[in-house]
Design a protein around this ligand. Structure first.
Ligand SMILES: Cc1cc2nc3c(=O)[nH]c(=O)nc-3n(C[C@H](O)[C@H](O)[C@H](O)COP(=O)(O)OP(=O)(O)OC[C@H]3O[C@@H](n4cnc5c(N)ncnc54)[C@H](O)[C@@H]3O)c2cc1C
Length: 330
């Protein structure tokens, strides 16, 4: 068994996705705890060494690059076969992937093939006495459960996107990029990717947004949510919401922020008429700057906020809009 922590990098069209770097932040911490080696594993095609160096500069000690034309697009059996071969050869201690569409497909498939356990959608990870403690919400988010894979290796987990910020790039960090050629030739799976189409219009991706303006029950009714839309538009951001606002049908579920919604990590998060329940706060822990607007001075959201505005949303938001307009005019 190699004392190696692996993080699975993701690519699309030859470009590394952000989750690759978020996983390295978790992995670096675990590798330091276990005094092991942190390896970023890239399965794909067309990612050049300059791009792979970014993985080193964001915390990896080494990169295992498995690239071939048949791995250009994520096809689960092909990626699993590649990962399975690496695991059999190197026997890592821990493997982390994003709880993304790819990670949530690849990891269970691989865990079954290599006869080990898997914890999905973790929000906390720690190595204690050589064992990976994998923490995730359970029983509908009412408790946080810590799960261990005590009897089999590798210990495998998927990690919630945006649950960690990538480490700062360190241009001086050096590490090896190992290009691995698979021994097993590609099998004819009877699967052919004809093309990839981007979703057009109406696609809400608050997880990637730099600015999010969120509304809650304090807005009182669906029509009032328009002030949230207007402010978000003015700031060039996306609209988020508390679960209460979603449950009332004021806005659709893809906008929900929190434990049973999305985890977000914007530069600016504005919480308007949101009390700051623990389940909502769980989704905004890694936001850089939180501004709360709430009429109750004791609302818990003000405790977490970098700037807490105690006031009526229906007065404060139009005032902010007015000032933004004035600023624009110069
Ligand atoms: C298992 C589980 C999972 C959950 N998952 C999530 C989740 O993912 N996301 C989530 O958000 N919640 C989640 N919840 C629900 C959570 O516990 C809260 O019920 C919810 O976040 C409350 O939403 P809210 O803040 O909009 O409403 P409230 O808690 O009712 O707060 C409304 C706030 O608006 C303020 N207000 C009222 N009028 C004004 C005004 N005119 N101007 C300014 N402020 C005003 C009030 O002072 C109050 O603080 C979950 C709960 C459970 C049990």
């Amino acid at each position: 068994m190699a004392n190696e922590i692996w993080t699975i990098a993701e690519q699309y069209d030859g470009k590394l996705k952000n989750i690759s770097f978020e996983l390295l932040a978790w992995g670096r911490r675990l590798a330091d705890q276990s005094k092991g080696k942190l390896v970023s594993v890239l399965i794909g095609n067309g990612v050049n060494d300059d791009a792979l160096q970014h993985l080193i500069r964001h915390g990896a000690d080494e990169v295992y690059s498995v690239q071939a034309p048949h791995l250009a697009n994520f096809i689960c059996p092909s990626y699993t076969a590649a990962l399975q071969e690496l695991i059999a050869d190197i026997k890592p201690d821990v493997i982390l992937a994003g709880a993304t569409t790819q990670g949530r497909t690849l990891m269970p498939y691989t865990a079954v093939k290599v006869h080990t356990g898997l914890t999905a959608d973790c929000t906390g990870l720690e190595i204690i006495d050589g064992l990976l403690h994998q923490t995730r919400p359970a029983i509908g988010g009412n408790i946080m459960a810590t799960i261990k894979t005590a009897n089999t290796k590798p210990q495998m987990a998927t990690v919630r996107p945006k649950s960690a910020r990538p480490l700062k790039e360190d241009a001086a960090r050096k590490g090896n990029i190992k290009h691995i050629t698979l021994k097993t030739p590609p099998r004819d799976l009877g699967i052919k990717v004809e093309g990839i189409r981007q979703v057009e219009g109406g696609f809400v991706n608050i997880e990637e947004a730099e600015v999010i303006v969120s509304g809650g029950r304090g807005l009182k009714k669906a029509e009032n949510f328009k002030i949230i839309h207007e402010l978000a538009k003015k700031l060039g951001g996306e609209v988020g919401a508390s679960r209460d606002a979603v449950d009332r049908g004021w806005i659709s579920y893809p906008h929900q922020v929190g434990l049973s919604g999305k985890t977000v990590s914007p530069r600016l998060y504005m919480a308007i008429g949101i009390s700051g329940a623990i389940q909502h706060l769980a989704g905004i822990k890694t936001a850089e700057c939180i501004v709360s607007i709430n009429s109750d001075p004791d609302a818990p959201i003000h405790q977490l906020a970098d700037l807490g505005i105690v006031g009526d949303a229906f007065q404060v938001v139009p005032e902010i809009m007015k000032r933004l307009e004035q600023q624009k005019k110069g």
